[in-house]
Write a protein that binds this ligand. Structure first.
Ligand code: CS2
Ligand code: MG
Length: 402
């Protein structure tokens, strides 16, 4: 019987920081897992190195479910982003190994193809409306059939989601940047630029928008109602989701579809949202919601309530978890859409292989496993750089949700 011989944790910053777990079996088969938690990455690296790796060596790598249960129930202190991201990385690496051992791409182990490709959306943004419209045009020209639109709010300074360089990366400073936020200005301005996008480009593609946890339930209801004629594919994270019941008020006032979940890490964190049909898309991902093993449970629960998937896919999710998500996206019956922002060129120097994009769709690699390899020699050229996500403050100086 093959056993887990070693598990290594790599922390490097090729274009941005990624934490990567590599498990190697006694047969020499390797599997990769993404353990990146933007702004708190060393906590996960330590959870893996100091607490999980000693428990993995010597185990049977084929026992994916048993190891998941062992790590989840055995922690006693359950759930939360650090614990679940660490478990996600182990789980993803074991699925990679299982695919390689079976000689099959992971999607074949998940029931095979349910669709020809995985619909993707990417991020258009601008410091003003003309710049946003140019960026939407760019993504449509690249073949995207779904585009997210975000623009800076005039006279309020830093706004969520506006790209500064080639790749949108919010964790950009050695200490948290404090960005101003003003809800009334956003509520007045954001609907106008979403309308401007529809006025310019029509309704022949999916338009998405990320509110990024910034509104109260009533403000979110106002916003959703105001943009109904824009026919958004979804408004994302309209209000913080700790109180899942808060979404009922939004639901009562608007038919704009709602997507929630990128910051949620277990089925219990989205259970009420799904079973009460308070959302239309669940955004949980392989890297933060317990790996393929747990994410497929979330997606199966969602399918019972006609909630579709819409997994997170920002630059802080590595090519490993993006690949794993696309394998799962290809197979699940209630797939909705997959976020895909691409990565910096330096990232591709370290992570070889993964998903391909063509004609608005993503495709996993066909080779056994997940189809990604990690080049640790190349990673040595990109030593870890601590970076923080911004903090938002209202104009009166009080902290707001970033
Ligand atoms: C955003 C993310 O992609 C999204 O929908 O919410 O970019 C998010 O801000 C980052 O992943 C945080 O690290
Ligand atoms: Mg988001």
């Amino acid at each position: 019987m093959s056993t887990i011989e070693r598990a290594e944790v790599f922390v490097a910053s090729p274009g941005r920081t990624f934490v990567t777990l590599r498990i190697t079996t006694s047969d020499g088969v390797t599997g990769l897992g993404d353990a990146t938690l933007n702004g708190r990455e060393l906590a996960v690296a330590s959870y893996l190195r100091d607490h999980l790796v000693p428990l993995l060596v010597g185990r049977d790598p084929a026992r994916v479910e048993d190891i998941w249960q062992y790590l989840y129930r055995g922690a006693y202190w359950r759930r939360g982003p650090v614990t679940m991201t660490a478990i996600s990385a182990v789980d993803t690496a074991l699925w990679d190994i299982k695919g390689k051992t079976a000689g099959l791409p992971v999607y074949q182990l998940l029931g095979g193809r349910s669709r020809d490709g995985v619909l993707a959306y990417s991020h258009a943004s601008g410091t003003d409306v003309p710049a946003l419209l140019d960026d939407v045009q760019r993504y449509l020209d690249l073949g995207y059939r779904a585009v997210r639109a975000q623009a800076a709010v005039p006279d309020v300074g830093g706004t969520y989601g506006v790209r500064k360089g080639a790749i949108y990366e919010p964790a950009a400073t050695a200490l948290p940047e404090e960005q101003p936020w003003d809800t009334p200005s956003y509520l007045s301005f954001a609907p106008t630029y979403l309308e401007a996008v529809r006025d310019r480009f029509g309704f022949g593609f999916h338009l998405l928008h990320d509110v990024h946890h910034r509104l109260t339930p009533l403000e979110a209801a106002q916003f959703g109602k105001r943009v109904e004629d824009c026919r958004l594919f979804w408004m994302e994270d309209p209000t913080p989701a700790e109180n899942q019941e808060a979404f009922r008020l939004i639901r009562q006032h608007t038919t704009t579809p709602i997507a929630v979940g990128e910051a949620l890490t277990s089925v219990w964190d989205v259970q009420h949202l799904i079973t009460e049909q308070l959302v239309d898309y669940v955004r949980t991902t392989v890297v933060h919601a317990g790996g393929i093993t747990h994410l497929r449970r979330i997606f199966d629960l969602a399918a019972l309530y006609q909630v579709r998937t819409g997994s997170h896919g920002a630059t802080d999710l590595s090519p490993v978890s993006l690949a794993a998500n696309v394998h799962l996206d290809l197979a699940v019956p209630n797939f909705g859409i997959q976020e895909y922002m691409g990565h910096a060129p330096e990232t591709a120097e370290v992570f070889h292989g993964g998903v391909t994009f063509a004609d608005g769709m993503l495709h996993p690699a066909e080779e056994p496993g997940l189809g990604v390899e990690y080049d640790e020699r190349a990673a040595e050229r990109f030593p870890y750089q601590a970076r923080y996500l911004p903090v938002a403050r209202r104009l009166d100086g009080s902290v707001h949700d970033w």
